[in-house]
Design a protein. Sequence first.
Lengths: 369, 397
Amino acid sequence: MEFTLTDTQQMLQDTARRLVRDRYGFEQRKAVVASALGYSAELWKEYAELGLLGLELDEDHGGSGGSFEDLAVVVEAFGRGLVVEPFLSTVVLGAGLVTRAGSAAQKDAILPKVAAGEMKLALATGEPKARYSLERIETGAKRDGDGYLLNGHKAVVLGADSADLIIASARTAKGVSLFLVPRDAKGVDVRTYPNMDDRRAAEVTFDNVRVGADALLGPEDGALLHLEAAMDRGAAAICCEALGTMTVLNELTLDYLKTRTQFGRPIGKFQVLQHRMADMVIAEQQARSMVQLAAEHANLDDAKRRAQAISAAKVQVGQSAQIVGRGAIQLHGGIGLTIEFVAGHYFRRLTAMEMMFGDQAYHLKRFAA
Amino acid sequence: MELTYPKEAQDFAEQIRAFVRAELPAAIKQKVLFHKRISRDEQVFWQRKLVEHGYATPGWSKEHGGPGWDALQRHVYDDVMSEEAAPPAIPFGESMIAPVLFAVGTPEQKAHYLPKIRTLEYFFCQGFSEPGAGSDLASLKTRAIDKGDHWEVNGQKTWTSLAQYANMIFCLVRTDTEAKLQEGITMLVFPMDLPGITVRPIITIDGGHSVNETFFDNVKVPKFGQIGEPNKGWTYAKLLLGHERTSIARIGQSKRELRHLKALASEQESDGTPLMEQQAFREKVAALEIELAALEITALRIISTAGKGHSPGVEANLLKIKGSEIQQRLTEMMLEAVGPYGLPFDTNKGLGETNLPPIGPEEAASLGPNYLMTRVVSIYGGSNEIQRNIIAKSLGL
């Protein structure tokens, strides 16, 4: 059984897959990753022109009012090509948060620019001791006149180097609040590095960063619900992307089994390798089902039901990604571990995804709670 | 879980421990603990220390210049060396080609090669795999033609570990194209600086350079480097691989990594308590610890029968399979332990080649690269699928 795509989704899928196929070949991607920016500004512009950046935003803000499922189709295609542009941080996390928590003025100021490809966002929630928790943070925001003073250290912030605006969580008097902080504000330090999957992240520190009252995003002390929703969207998107990545990796492995010969025959003729390949395909199918579930629930307001679905998906996809990723390397042998061959890059991306928005242990605990 | 050794073995362990603690530089120890790369100079420095104190080449008999230890002593030695984070010995010379030389080398070859292997003056690499000959090693194509006083070698080897450090290579080459695949192979030993040898690095997905492609273009190998008889190389290779498989179980190393994992998980907080105190994580560590204890006892059982004329055949395959699976599991759990800090991938930092301040916990930098690269242990030295085939065959299946 296959879930059917709407006409719009079919069109989106064709567009995104074509783009990945034509513009994201191994060598093309390698050049993008090695460039000073670490992503392609040219492709970012194209995503905007194709309407991908504003897909989920309403028409008043330059978007096309699509659903998360529409977005999921695009993200899955990006996963197939290991696309490195900061789509997740800007569109899924950043714009998603502004849409839900932002004032009319904030939405007007930010969302049309995101849709047009003129502004990028990053969400800074993690901290050195927080692990995957959204609450256990030490970064603080103190009232300072009519604004706030921010101090703290945010860890592994995806897309911080390319972001114009960083959305940071901080402890306020009675809870957790969110603040819009321009990346170039005085006192913001961004130490950028590549992650295992070639995307960039950064350690972001705030040293007496002063922001105005209008920097507060959502209710003071009451941002946790919004943050949880954003992280669920992030996890759901990662699941969709992982599915695309797994699908291609399975195709690569299958192709290798059919073409690599040892002992005078294709290695795919050996039963022990056939069974492992079969398990990898089963894993992909199990993931596919849960990705569908995740996409349907990603924007649900009922936080409890949403959390159940997203955590279930993240656990299954995490398991599947390990079966597919490790299996692919084993079946490829040494070649799978070389930087000049594509399979290893898919494995690296799948490994990285496990550590984003909560690992299997985190989501298993959350699901069972 | 600690096993108790007999009194003599305990004394022996203490003696080795005292030596390592006195002689191993802290900087090298740190590198081993944190999975950083050991330089050639450091490796040679440590080997010379071992030689000086009579602790080099633990597997060699006195006749060949080794300490002549029994199997239990060798196990204890490996255990203590690993626990104290001494750099693991480079296996190619002392554990792979040396046993072949013991068995079939001429007196002149033994006199020439063995002392230099012992001091690492001869730093060996291994020329077995080829692009078309991996698991099916016997299909190798690198050709050697008899030119009277020398062999002329043409072809390509791949996955040549540490060829960039090596000044010697042992190679399997095809010397008879008419015979059955296994019966036309000869083993040669020669210097890496002979004219016509080119080494090209293979960069792996951890960002590191440990393997290479090695090309031979009309390389003239003196006959002195021919090991044993021509066309008997396959037999020698099997002997050599048996030694490789036993040593790559890495039980001592895994015990050290298990301790490292526990320390790491005790420092990492999860929901306000150390990760190590979280039930689910704790139980996963426990399961792994039990598996490792079982493997160690299995190894000791094999050792105790080895002395009684029982040949350790299939056991080597067992040790390789379980040993590699445990090593992989350890890297998986260490990566899990540091949570999101497993993501930063500054490979220079991870491999210990920069002094920049760490991102996140100091130990975290190497864990991603280490996880990725440890996938190789179920591939090299004969893939685990091949190992299982050998076990199944020995069962009469």
